[in-house]
Ligand binder design. Structure first.
Ligand code: AMP
Ligand code: GLY
Length: 461
């Protein structure tokens, strides 16, 4: 078979017939003498960490990142294409002979990028769910119904629209404070309100249904509040029943120390997570991962990519807070450090529907990340501040998030979350010391970080 024919075969996902795959999933791509050209979509710290990990693969021919940021250029070539411009992505993929598209953020998945390329002659493999699968994140109501259909443990809930707002108020009266109100659709991480007073919850419900989050809150999910400690479990699935569980992480969502103040995209992360021990993970696999993976297949939903389970441990029992259809940010900035295996053959095998027995080995060390953010974030903040010290950090990997470079290479802030300072350690203390030393080295006007990343887990251990 010529290299071109080989690549063409590679580009065609093997749907539901893994035994027909010309590849032995146990063999790495390098053993198959294959090198892949990869296009990674997104521009955050998550994509920088994915780019770093993919760039280490001996199976990589060339990595492009669209649009990337001020840090991703160290691992591949940034290209100025929007992840939502599917026609431009298709033209670029054809021109550069891209074999695989790895989708970092949820928006292209919810908008149907998988379906756009699926079945097209010579199209790249898209690692991610179909549009139907992406509804696990794109519609909280769909996700809750899916969990109920497959008996997956989650908070009791009901969904309401403008027509049923009075029933919604009555449902709130049956619950205990605090009240959890969720916009059904994507709302840039801002669509969940947790409210202490019943009256305020009722008025917020009316506001949400009245368009507080535009179309995203035309339906609102109201659910029971769960008390416990959260963690993020990531699964890479091939849509044919094959899956691998990635290292477990915990993120820190609030802006203030001691988990206070408004929610952010995430201020730091740690992996592993002490309470996610063997017994807890056995329950997660049995009660949540298997019914999710098999439930998708049973419902005929194509899903060859990452499933992100936002879990909460309630008295030792795992429950699902939310599904996302991508990796977490900043969890990826620690999870990638803790994957010892070459990620690219795993992504390729998942995208082709044939994970087989390909191993995913974990690095035994601890990994932590501390996000340095712009002053004022998650509210308004300035952009274009000059960043210094990013090249001087030692014993850490700086995954850029909201950074850009001027024509002459000067590094500037361009977002709220600026750089994820990620590091290894033999224990959590050493990893945190390395992350914080790096975070202290980076400087720009208004820099802020939380100083308590991982402290809750240290108390548990
Ligand atoms: P979500 O966008 O669904 O992840 O919600 C954002 C955050 O709200 C979660 O990470 C939790 O901290 C919190 N949250 C969501 N649902 C619940 C719930 N039912 N009980 C307690 N906290 C919740
Ligand atoms: N860190 C949470 C998220 O990526 O949604």
């Amino acid at each position: 078979m010529s290299i071109q024919q080989n690549l063409n075969t590679l580009r065609h996902p093997v749907s539901n017939t893994p035994e027909k795959s010309p590849f032995n999933a146990g063999e790495t791509l390098a053993q198959q003498h294959e090198k892949l050209t990869v296009l990674l979509l997104g521009s955050g710290g998550r994509e920088c960490a994915l780019a770093w990990k993919i760039s280490l693969s001996p199976c990589l021919e060339k990595l492009y990142i669209a649009p990337g940021n001020g840090g991703t250029g160290a691992y591949g070539e940034n290209v100025g294409i929007s992840p939502l411009d599917f026609n431009a992505i298709a033209d670029f993929a054809a021109e550069k002979k891209v074999d695989m598209i790895v989708v970092g953020n949820e928006d292209p998945l919810v908008a149907g990028i998988f379906d756009y390329f699926e079945g097209k002659e010579g199209a790249p493999v898209v690692v991610g769910p179909s549009k139907a699968g992406a509804a696990l994140e794109g519609s909280k109501d769909f996700a809750k119904q899916f969990m109920v259909r497959h008996s997956i443990p989650t908070a009791r809930y009901q969904s309401f629209t403008a027509e049923t707002v009075e029933e919604g108020c009555k449902f709130l009266e049956t619950l205990k404070a605090p009240y959890v109100l969720k916009a059904d659709g994507l709302a840039a991480g801002k669509g969940v309100l947790i409210i202490d007073s019943l009256d305020e919850a009722k008025s917020s419900l009316r506001e949400m249904l009245g368009g507080m989050f535009g179309k995203s809150s035309a339906t609102v999910v109201i659910e029971e509040f769960l008390k416990g400690i959260e963690c993020s479990v990531f699964v890479l699935t091939d849509g044919n029943g094959g899956y691998r569980i990635l290292p477990v992480a915990k993120d820190y969502k609030r802006i203030g120390e001691g988990d206070t103040g408004p929610n952010t995209g995430g201020m730091g992360a740690v992996s592993p997570v002490v309470f996610a021990d063997k017994e807890f993970m056995r329950k997660v696999e049995e009660r949540i991962i298997l019914p999710t993976v098999n439930g998708l297949i049973a419902e005929g939903i194509t899903y060859r990519g990452f499933i992100f389970l936002g879990l909460i441990e309630v008295e030792g029992e795992p429950m699902v807070i939310e599904y996302n259809v991508r990796m977490g940010d900043p969890e990826t900035e620690v999870v990638m450090l803790r994957i010892a295996s070459d990620l690219l053959p795993l992504l390729d095998a998942a995208g082709r529907g044939n994970l087989g027995d390909m191993p995913l080995a974990e690095d035994p060390r601890f990994a932590t990340t501390v996000m340095v953010v712009s002053g004022g974030y998650p509210g308004s903040y300035s952009k274009g501040e000059i960043i210094t010290g990013a090249e001087d950090a030692v014993n850490a990997i700086l995954f850029h998030a909201g950074t850009s470079r001027t024509g002459d290479g000067e590094l500037l802030t361009s977002g709220g979350r600026v750089i994820a300072c990620s590091a290894y350690g033999k224990d959590i203390d050493e990893a945190l010391a390395n992350s914080y030393a790096a975070a202290d080295t980076v400087n720009f006007e208004g820099k802020y970080m939380r100083r308590d990343i991982g402290l809750d887990l240290k108390k548990l251990s």
